[in-house]
Design a protein. Structure first.
Length: 211
């Protein structure tokens, strides 16, 4: 995946989405009431008529003003909801690190580069995997979307750290999803399914701000 893909995708944040029926929002990130950062995200759906898919682009800043860490993330899914590609750039005082990912059939290849080194990891049996990150909360939209009343068991991957596990996403009512397993927390969505709030067991929360 070319690095320019992420830059171009993030420009979607400045485009009107009404015609695309996508989503755009801002999360205030905090821990126990103490502000930590701010995340701006955009979702652009796939081809007209498709039942799913599209590109989620996000920019998280820590702290919100004069940030010392910025994380740009892009995840693309096919019309069936399967992962196609991902890119996560982390910018901080020590330099820039980049994670690229591409799926081919049931395998996922992750390439990570820094100013000093490059590594490649292969993940077999990656069908249905959900991409998450400890500092990018818009990604939890995929967990909320797949939740079921009986509890959907989802494989998850945190590409920057390489951590892999499984979560169960249970829709306890039309607007609440309880998450257990590798991640523990509660997701809140609105009547249209938009992610409104992420509250994790470690005390970190991301709350959508009013326009």
């Amino acid at each position: 995946m070319r690095a320019a893909t992420l830059v171009l995708t993030l420009t979607l944040c400045g485009l009107p989405l009404a015609a695309q029926q996508g989503d755009r929002g801002v999360f205030a990130i905090q821990r126990g009431g103490t502000p930590l950062g701010r995340e701006e995200f955009t979702f652009a759906p796939g081809e007209a008529g498709a039942t799913g898919g599209g590109i989620l682009a996000s920019l998280a800043r820590y702290p919100a003003t004069a940030p010392t860490v910025q994380i740009q993330a892009m995840v693309e899914e096919s019309s069936t909801g399967a992962l196609v590609a991902l890119q996560i750039d982390t910018r901080q005082a020590s330099g820039v690190s980049r994670v690229y990912g591409a799926a081919l059939k049931d395998n996922l290849t992750i390439r990570q580069t820094t100013s000093a080194a490059e590594s490649v990891r292969e993940y077999p049996r990656a069908a249905g995997i959900v991409i998450l990150d400890d500092s990018v909360f818009a990604l939890y939209q995929a967990v909320a979307r797949r939740a079921t009343p009986a509890g959907a068991r989802l494989p998850v991957l945190f590409p920057r750290s390489g951590r892999r596990g499984q979560v169960t996403a249970t829709q306890s009512d039309p607007t609440t999803v309880e998450v257990s397993g590798a991640v523990i927390g509660t997701l809140t969505v609105d009547a249209t399914g938009r992610l409104m709030r992420v509250v994790l067991s470690d005390g970190v929360s991301a709350i959508r701000q009013s326009k």
